[in-house]
Design a protein around this ligand. Sequence first.
Ligand code: ADP
Ligand code: MG
Length: 395
Amino acid sequence: MAWKTIDDMGMAGKTALVRVDINVPMEAGVVTDATRIEKIKPTVEDLIARGAKVVLLAHFDRPKGKVVPEMSLGHVKAALEAALGRKVVFGSDCIGAPAKAAIAAAHQGDVVLLENTRFHPGEEKNDPALAAELAALGDVFVNDAFSAAHRAHASTEGLAKLLPSAAGRLMEAELKALEAALGTPVRPVVAVVGGAKVSTKLDLLGNLVTKVDHLVIGGGMANTFLVAQGIEVGKSLAERDMAPTALEIIGKAKAAGCTIHLPVDVVVAREFKAGAANETVAATACPADAMILDAGPKTVAELTKVFGACKTLIWNGPLGAFEIEPFNAATNAAAKVAADLTKAGALVSVAGGGDTVAALNQAGAAADFTFISTAGGAFLEWMEGKVLPGVAALG
Ligand code: ADP
Ligand code: MG
C-alpha cells in the first residue's frame, strides 16, 4: 500500500497539522472515556521529539456546519492536557486569525488544539476553499484519524492533497493490522461475520467470499441463510426477502473456493430477554413458536476446529444476541478460542465493529486479539474492499 509515515518526512522546525479523532464521550461537560485521547499520544510525542510544532485538527459530535457551543472542542482541552501532560493552547476557530494566533502563542513542546472543524459547512462538503485555509496554517499534514478516513472531508482528504502528508502512528498501526488480515494475509484465512441482518452486510459478505478460505456466518443473519436453504426458523429474526441474495453469496463462495460455515445447532427461546427459558436444538429443528438467539455447542466445536486450522482470523458481528445472558455463550466461547490461539502465536486475529468490540470486551478476549479496530464505519468499509479516501490521499 502506498502511504507515507512520519518516518518519511522531515519534521524539524515544521508546523505539523495533525488530524485526530478525539470525538470522546462526554457527560455534563466532562470527558467520561479518554481512550481516544490516549491513543493519539504516540503520534504527538513522536512529532514533538522530531522538532515539530503540533497543531491538532478534529471534529466533535455533529454540529452540521454551525457553531454549537456545547460541541466546542474547548470542553476537551483539560482532558487533553491531562492525558498528554503538556500545555494545550486552544484556538477558537480552526482557520483564520484565531487559529494563527494560537499557533503563534504556542512554544515548541506545547500542543495547539483548534476548534471543531465541523463548525464550518465546508468540512463535510470537502470544500477546497476551507482546505486551503487549513493548509495555510502549517507545513506538513499528518492524518491519525483512521476512523474518519472513509469520508472525504476538507480536514482529511482535501488537506492531504495540499500539503506533504503522512499517516500518524495510530493510522499506521491500523493500516498495518488490516493489511496483515486481508491484504496479504498468512493463509488459510477465516472470516467470522455475525450480527443482526444480511442487508446491512451485503457488500461485506460479497467481498469476503472472494478473499478468505472460510466464512463463518452467525447471528441473526445466519437465519436468513438457513431460510434460503429451505430450513424453517420459526419466529427468528430473518430477512426472508433476502433469501435469493443469500443463495447468490453461497454461489459466489463456491466459485471462489471459500467454504461457508453455518450453525449446525442453535439455542432457541420463546422470549427475547435475559435468562429466558431456552433449549439447544439442531439448526434444522427450530420450533415454530421459538426464535434462534445463539449458536449451540456443536457449532462452537466446529468453529474451534476451523480456527485451529487457520493462520489469520478477521471478525465482525456477534454469533448471537450477546447483550442478553445466556445468549452470549457461543460468542464468548469462540472469542476465547481465538484469543488463546493468538496468545499461543498460532493465529493473527483482527476484529472490529461497535457491537463486536463490546462483545469481545465482555468475553474478556479483546486484550489477547492481535488488533481490535475501534474505527467503526471506516473498518467496515475497508473490510468491504472499498478505497478509503482519507488513506488514498496519503499516497
Ligand atoms: P457490529 O456493530 O459489530 O457491526 P451488528 O450491529 O451487525 O455488529 O450486530 C450486532 C447485533 O446483532 C446485536 O445487537 C445482537 O443482539 C444482534 N444479534 C445477533 N444474533 C442475533 C439473533 N440470533 N437474533 C437477533 N439478534 C441477533
Ligand atoms: Mg452494531
